[in-house]
Design a protein around this ligand. Sequence first.
Ligand code: ADP
Length: 784
Amino acid sequence: MKAGQKILIVDDVSANLVALEKVLSGLDVDIIKAANGNEALKAIINHDFALGILDVQMPEMDGYELADLIRGDEKNQNLPIIFLSAVHSDEFHIFKGYESGAVDFVTKPYDPFILLSKVKIFLRLDEQKKVLQENIEIEKSKNYLENILSSLEEGIIVTDLGFNITTVNKKILMLRGTDITEQAGKNPDEFFTVGLKEKWEEYLLSIENNNVKTSEFIFKTECELKRPEKDNMPVLLTVSGLNNRSGELLGTVWSVTDITERKKAELDLLASRERFSRAVMFAPFPIMIHNENSEIKLINEEWTNLSGYTNEDLPDLHSWLRQAYGRDEDFVLEDIKRIYRQEGKLDEGEYQIKTKNGELRTWYFSSTPLGPDENGVNTAISMALDITGLKEIEKELKLAKARAEEISRLKSNFLANMSHELRTPLMGILGYTEVLMSELESDEYVKMLKKIMFSGQRLSDTINSILDLTKVETDRITAEIKLADINFTVNPVIESFRGAMAEKRLDFQIVKHPGTLCSMTDENLLGQIIKHLLHNAAKYTHKGYVRLTTGREVIDDKKFVTISVADSGIGIPGDKIDLIWEEFRQVSEGISRNFEGCGLGLTIVKKLTNILGGTVTVESETGKGSVFTVLLPASDSAENGNAGDLTGINKEVVNSAEKNGLRKILYTEDDEINQEVINLFLRGKYEITVVKNSDETMSSLDKQNYDLLLVDINLGEGLSGVDLIKEIRKNKELQNIPAIAVTAYAAPGDKEAIIEAGFNAYIPKPFDRKTLLGNIRDLLDNRE
Ligand code: ADP
């Protein structure tokens, strides 16, 4: 009989129980005894029985009732029962016994041998039933397992203890691209790039030697799954021992996971890390990756090359900071700590580092946090540019700029002083010449005087040009913009050139647009522009014509008025056409220079045109002539031709008759030549008193009334002209007396300062008689 089988025997007579136990004692079974129904039921709960042998006649609960109750329990509904009965061995009772589930009925006194034989049969039956049930269970769980296996994402291989494949799931077949037939009975090592059989055998040996039935066999690795006619597949392989419920080792289970995607991603990551590292390593500027733990994760060649520190010199960030920044180490460290904490923000700044050979260099750093690394430590990348060279250039540039500004200031001072020194004697030269010309009768002398006059005038023009340029360059010119009709604006300039053109026998043509040409402009500045252009046209044309044309033009929907000066002169070679606008540049320069002039006219023209918001261009052909065209923005009135607002703009200067009662003028001048010249200019027209300095002026004013004051500014001794007029204006009676400053101070800003001091007009030296008389007349007329 199979060990572990149990038989329940129930009898209220203990002698019967002992007798029965004895009969059964030859069997290899456990016998559980019960003296009544209740005891029997308890035993039923605690044990699994292969057979029950019940006495029928028992007090309280007889055998049938007990059998009923036993069979009522699901676990025991098929438990074979043998009834033992002495009294009721009639048919009725036998029947009742069977009805209660008895499988046999033995009447006392029984033949022990027969009973024993029956019991044996039942035990065998029980055994067979158990085997059957086990088989059913196994079958069931086999199906269950197969279902589970086939639904798994992993490939599964099961082997027996001998390492032969017993089961595989669908997934592993799919991964290998094979069918089931190929796998059975094989050693799974054949499928992988690692071999485990040896390990398995060692394991088996070790558990055998240690006499342990169960222990863990777990083996986990990444390897490759071999696939017929295909590339190997990277897999994660987990092999573990397979135990049944009671812990008995049955074989191994292999779980195979496809990690192709993960491997690919890892490779991609590796490749991109590699690319990044290369880019950093060979970048043409210093780069370092460092972290909060002061570790230098990466430092590139340029960093070590430029700083001179080797990788050995820089085992960590602190060693860099200590060597490169010395005493500033902590200060820089604070800046770096801030970078780790910033989120994605850039930190930039200039730092001075000390190289290994002690040189100080300026590095411009850009640092960005990279976030925590795989260990959660905050990391940052710092890139640097060595800007030492740039800094030096910057320093030099600043110095050069300061020097240039100083030179420019010196130039302006020089020009202002020179103009004063040149204008004062020029006044004498031109003044006396003018006086002499009207006094002398000899044609020969007059011719000579004209030449003196011409040369002096030229010198005066040059000085004026230089001053004009200084004014433009120092932004001292402010345009007084008013609505003007260009057709009128050009008139005074045209008139002033008629004489010169006639003298050179040039055909001076004026072609004016028939309508009005309105522009918001400064007539004075525009007059200067045209004067320079006509001057050049006359100068560079030996025969033929000079033509001034006014007109309109529309360019890109914008309206312009145009003034062009064309000539049939020498023209300008194409390669020189750009340089003529630069200051002091001429087409013919150096010792081969053919024309007088200082090369400033066109520079001034260009700058003044810019101030007026216009443009100036030139078209020229050598030997044929040139056309200079000025474009100024037209104002609306230009379109409708309405010049109504312009009455008065171009009002001709009305010649006022000079007074015959001879007005009195007090002239303060320390230069004797100028005193005489002005005396001569005003002779017969005004009664003139000349004084030398401020004191004499004040005492003259005390003694007598004057109609007008003429005051030189640089008076040598006593108050200057500027302070003198301030003093004079303090006197109530003299507050409105017209006063004209005559001065060689014609530098930018002088005029404004002089007028502000209290003068009504300002005449720069040298000036001619007409200018002086015109100014005096204007002031005296205004007072009437
Ligand atoms: P300047 O006439 O005093 O030399 P500008 O600045 O007025 O200086 O002119 C610069 C140069 O342009 C002149 O030296 C001359 O060579 C050239 N130029 C100017 N106007 C004309 C013109 N109408 N015809 C030919 N050349 C001219």
